[in-house]
Design a protein around this ligand. Structure first.
Ligand SMILES: [Fe+2]
Ligand SMILES: [Fe+2]
Length: 162
């Protein structure tokens, strides 16, 4: 059985991951609305990944005989000023998620919950990748600056994501 405070923080993380999925879907819709279909595809795949993260934790709670408690998902923003603005917020959001994951691991260690400590190592590694990816796309957008041509090429590049 999971300790009550661990169960609570895991259910909170399910909500955080579902919100991430919702946020990236909203960003995808924003990109579609300004005809950046490559950025839109990238964000919609990112949204699916976040849903999978939520489900990983959801299934882990069940495996540990815990009760999954779904709660209200915050409304995401629906418009941004530019691609630059979207990726600034994406990076900020992933940094926030990294802090949440580290918080869970710290609590699991403190509570001597070895299974949860171990399970969340995957997320620790995943967050290193997520922050690096968001950061690298942000850097590219900064390099491109006001070049429409550059954004067009990056849109095509991001649209290749499978
Ligand atoms: Fe995630
Ligand atoms: Fe993420």
């Amino acid at each position: 059985m999971l300790k009550e405070k661990i169960l609570k923080i895991l259910n909170k993380q399910v909500n955080e991951e579902l919100f991430s999925s919702y946020l990236y879907l909203s960003m995808s819709a924003y990109f579609s609305s300004i005809n950046f279909e490559g950025f839109a595809k990238w964000m919609s795949l990112q949204s699916k990944e976040e849903y999978e993260h939520a489900m990983k934790i959801y299934n882990y709670i069940l495996q540990r005989d815990g009760k999954v408690t779904l709660t209200k998902i915050e409304t995401p923003k629906t418009s941004w000023s530019s691609a630059l603005n979207v990726f600034q917020e994406t990076l900020k959001h992933e940094q926030h998620i990294t802090a949440c994951i580290h918080n869970i691991v710290n609590m699991a260690i403190q509570e001597k919950d070895h299974a949860t400590t171990n399970f969340f190592q995957w997320f620790v590694t995943e967050q290193v990748e997520e922050v690096a990816t968001a950061g690298s796309i942000l850097e590219k957008i900064k390099m491109i600056g006001d070049s429409k041509n550059g954004l067009f090429i990056l849109d095509r590049e991001l649209g290749q994501r499978q």
